[in-house]
Design a binder for this molecule. Structure first.
Ligand SMILES: C[C@@]1(CC(=O)O)c2cc3[nH]c(cc4nc(cc5[nH]c(cc(n2)[C@H]1CCC(=O)O)[C@@](C)(CC(=O)O)[C@@H]5CCC(=O)O)C(CC(=O)O)=C4CCC(=O)O)c(CCC(=O)O)c3CC(=O)O
Ligand SMILES: NC(=O)C1=CN([C@@H]2O[C@H](COP(=O)(O)OP(=O)(O)OC[C@H]3O[C@@H](n4cnc5c(N)ncnc54)[C@H](O)[C@@H]3O)[C@@H](O)[C@H]2O)C=CC1
Length: 206
């Protein structure tokens, strides 16, 4: 398994199945700003509620390949093993990213447990061995990587963009980039302002 960050914002993500597990998948995708298509004859009431808020697109019908042909990622979570298997095989043959939630070897991707602090993402997977352990580790990391990281990582992003644009010499760049991850910049927002002020005065934008 190879971990990778994928920009799926403008892509179709299809969830096949409409039960509690499908609901969980929709909610998880929504955390990342993704509005998935849900295809199933029986749709959980909470999925309908999300669809009314524009957070899912429901197709109330048994799945056919035509529903999936233009999808980028496909998640198979029906209670019918034959449907899950057939669609997974076809999707893999078409080079798609396929999550088979029950029998992982029928798919080619798995969903990790994710801690999200703005731009910072920490994802944990056990490659299907124990989703409970992934969740447990993620919950422990939540304490160390607390809410402060959201603004802190925004600061790092801004600083890095500025440095890439305005600091030409490599050793200098490295110096400033390394300095920004010192603990005081996480702990004290004032220190971040000093850092940026120093940076702007040393390397003024032209
Ligand atoms: C392969 C995978 C599917 C995929 O890739 O989609 C998969 C499969 C299965 N999960 C099952 C059960 C549970 N899943 C959870 C929780 C999560 N499961 C997630 C991912 C994955 N689950 C992928 C592997 C990832 C990895 O290895 O780390 C998380 C991390 C991410 C997410 O889904 O969003 C999410 C945490 C969400 C969060 O909190 O953020 C809990 C715990 C709980 O609910 O607290 C339980 C009950 C306890 C237990 O079983 O451990 C069962 C058994 C069904 C049965 O027969 O009862 C199967 C099927 C099977 O293994 O047969
Ligand atoms: N975290 C995970 O990934 C987990 C995955 N699972 C697996 O996920 C599957 C779904 O679990 P639940 O949501 O509880 O099931 P459920 O029984 O509540 O719902 C099944 C859904 O599949 C739909 N469906 C059935 N035939 C279909 C077809 N031909 N086309 C499209 N949709 C069809 C039904 O309409 C229904 O919406 C189970 O088979 C289970 O093995 C179970 C637990 C955890």
């Amino acid at each position: 398994m190879f971990p990778i960050m994928v920009d799926a914002a403008d892509q179709k993500i299809a969830i096949v199945g409409g039960g509690p597990i499908a609901l969980h998948k929709v909610e998880n995708l929504n955390r990342f700003g993704i509005v998935p298509d849900v295809i199933a004859p029986d749709i959980h009431p909470a999925i309908w509620a999300l669809a009314e808020r524009g957070l899912a697109v429901v197709h109330q019908k048994p799945v056919e390949w035509a529903d999936l042909a233009d999808a980028f990622i496909i998640m198979l979570v029906t209670d019918n093993p034959d449907v899950n298997r057939t669609m997974a095989e076809r999707a893999r043959a078409q080079q798609k990213i396929v999550v088979h939630a029950e029998q992982t070897d029928l798919g080619n991707a798995q969903i990790p447990a994710v801690l999200k602090r703005g731009r910072l993402l920490i994802s944990v997977s056990t490659s299907g061995a124990s989703p409970s352990l992934s969740t447990h580790i993620r919950n422990r990391l939540e304490e160390e990587f607390d809410e402060r990281y959201e603004e802190y990582v925004d600061f790092l992003f801004e600083a890095r963009q500025y440095i890439k644009k305005h600091v030409q010499e490599r050793p200098e760049r490295r110096h400033w980039l390394k300095k920004a991850v010192e603990a005081r910049y996480l702990d004290y927002p004032d220190e971040r302002e000093h850092y940026m002020a120093d940076l702007y005065s040393r390397y003024p934008a032209l």
